[in-house]
Design a protein around this ligand. Structure first.
Ligand code: AMP
Ligand code: MG
Length: 267
């Protein structure tokens, strides 16, 4: 999975990253789905262990353009996990109160505590993405934020958080198909906003902004992964694999039970 990790300090060119790549699982969709099932079952066990041990904190950041698949990842990869111990925090257009504060203010309260997994559906990265593309702040303001963000994440990591950041990489053709599907299927229409078409026109600007995010904020303590996301099953498989490998790397163990439990008789 290392091939999808952005090396810290490298300048990346997103046009060189194939959104349709499935090279780590050439067996295809049907087998891919089976493999995902095995991984989500493993994830269920690891999450329970994380919760029981009450020591590590896991922060997952999901970023993508509209229809990139953030919701799908949350539904499919985290299917089996116990909702107790896992939270999703979604970040929308900031409220007036949020805007009255620094941009990390609304983020910080949602970071995971011990034993918790928190998934950010959008994140503080919007403050160098949509804010930059729509000129909601001048360049000297958003330009300083990469360094703030690296420092903020370093602090979280120093205080015990493991951070994984996923950029779901689709191309414009795939987005057209997904938007069309949203229009064609009545029960999907609620997901479509006319404003999404305006955002779509800004594709090159978003690519540039994402490239900077990935190049400037992939760190040892908060690595970015560029996940090929044109194929949903492959996207899920890549993310589930990275999560399982990361959690296994924490060498967790169940807490020591109290002593002398062998002789306990329950009347
Ligand atoms: P959705 O994820 O489709 O529900 O849309 C949420 C919207 O909130 C997206 O259009 C984001 O670009 C927008 N958003 C999230 N964070 C910010 C932010 N910090 N500043 C401005 N817009 C934001
Ligand atoms: Mg949307």
């Amino acid at each position: 999975m290392d091939r999808y990790r952005v090396k810290p300090g490298s300048q990346i060119d997103l046009s060189q990253w194939d959104p349709s790549d499935k090279s780590l699982f050439p067996e295809g969709k049907k087998k891919g789905r089976k493999a995902l099932q095995a991984l989500t079952e493993r994830l269920e066990v690891l999450q329970e262990l994380l919760y029981a041990e009450d020591k590590h904190k896991l922060l997952i950041v999901l970023q993508a353009l509209d229809s990139g698949g953030k919701d799908g990842v949350i539904r499919h990869v985290f299917e089996g996990v116990n909702p107790q111990g896992v939270r999703v925090a979604g970040f929308k257009v900031p409220t007036p109160q949020e805007l009255a504060h620094d941009y990390l203010w609304r983020i910080h309260e949602h970071v995971p505590g011990k034993g918790e997994i928190v998934i950010f559906n959008r994140s503080h990265y919007e403050d160098v993405l949509v804010v930059r593309v729509h000129k909601l702040a001048p360049p000297h303001v958003w330009g300083r934020r990469y360094a703030h963000i690296n420092d903020f994440e370093r602090m979280l990591a120093d205080e015990g958080a493991t951070i994984l950041k996923f950029y779901l990489h689709i191309d414009q053709d795939e987005q057209r198909e997904r938007f069309q599907a949203r229009l064609d299927e009545p029960h999907k229409r609620w997901k479509f906003r006319l404003g999404d078409l305006e955002e779509r026109k800004l594709w090159p600007e978003y690519m540039r902004a994402y490239q900077d995010v990935l190049s400037k904020t992939s760190t040892e303590w908060g690595p970015w992964y560029v996940v090929p996301a044109n194929r949903k099953w492959y996207r899920n498989l890549v993310i589930a694999t990275i999560m399982v490998e990361t959690l296994e790397g924490l060498n967790m163990s169940y807490p020591q039970p109290e002593e002398n439990l062998d002789n306990v008789v329950i009347e």
